[in-house]
Design a protein around this ligand. Sequence first.
Ligand code: PGA
Ligand code: ZN
Length: 423
Amino acid sequence: MPDKIKKITALEILDSRGEPTLQVEVELSNGTIGQASVPSGASTGRFEAYELRDDDAFRYGGKGVLKAVDNVNKILNKELNGLRVVEQKQIDDLMLSIDGTKNKSKLGANAILGVSLAVAHTAAKSTGQPLYKYLRQLYKPELKTYNLPTPVVNVINGGKHASTNIDLQEFWIVPHKATKFKDKLQQASNIFHALGELLHSVGYDTDLGNEGGYAPNVKSHREIFDMIMQAINSAGLEPDKDIILGIDAGASVFYNAETKTYDLNLDKLSMSSEEMVDYYLDLITEYPLRLLEDPFEEEDWATWTLLNKNSLIKDYKIKVIGDDLFVTNVKRLQKGLELQAANSILIKPNQIGTLSETFDAIRLAQDNDYQIIISHRSGETTDTTIADLAVAVDAQFIKTGSTARGERIAKYNRLLKIEEDLK
Ligand code: PGA
Ligand code: ZN
């Protein structure tokens, strides 16, 4: 007997920045209960689905989500009542039609995503499967083997994720050589601690930013790469061979639309698009920098294509990753495919607002040989859905912060458990 939705309730909870977000619970007629919580970005793309906030200055500085909570409790609870919980696509489509807007601004993408994910959790429970196996059934049942994603571990936080002088948003270490997830995580943790000791030894701050990476003030962006290289060596590992590097430049934040320049204040550089391309190409040849997320502003398509078509990208097997560029949206990804703007995509379910549309973006990307990086947001909860999602869709990478802070670690710990269960 397919189990039917009896009740859906939402609750306003806090995320890792202490800002309000939603936790949604779905209850079935057979008593099964599942839940999910919704993350929130700080350096959001302009084309993301709409995050509904209350704008009531007397509560949480206007950031309350009681309107979104109400939309779940009063509207979606009623409209989805009696539907079979395993009909994920039908449920997601119905929410889209109830909302009726292009960007989910009526109900709020946060309200819709909370329900969409909680429905999947509850369906997995009621069918007696771990979430990653249930999501695999929804996504691509013909895919038989399970692989764990490689973590891209954000050890230095800049941009909008920390109060430092670092313009580039994230600096990653990527343990690409080890085969087991648990070994990759251990290597990342060793490097993270070695980097902390190194920063401390030169008198730099070792407090953590939004995603758990260190957030010091530094002399230049190259100094960060040098210190990470040194930390890799201190941990007894070899840069390039064992560990490659990546960045999320988060370039929309330091792009000056008036002067059409990329302004890296830390390096005292104000660069044209072409000069910004060269800046990255120089780094690629100097360091084992192999993953580049959002190297350019989200509407600077021509420059994305210019970089992506450069022969060094192929030679060094660089992943050119669109985050704010694609916002997990098939229409934007389609444009990127036509323009050959990138070769990899960052996937954030809350950028688009339903699980089914998240699958659509991943499917289109994989059909075109893109690499997949499933990602957290800078504002997170201890919800671990993205860990299961990464395994379900056979993503090459997961991005969920450093090896510190509970809301980041929750995802890594979930992957450790999945790997153990799959043994
Ligand atoms: P955000 O940052 O969640 O603040 O948008 C993450 C990212 O840019 O990848
Ligand atoms: Zn990003």
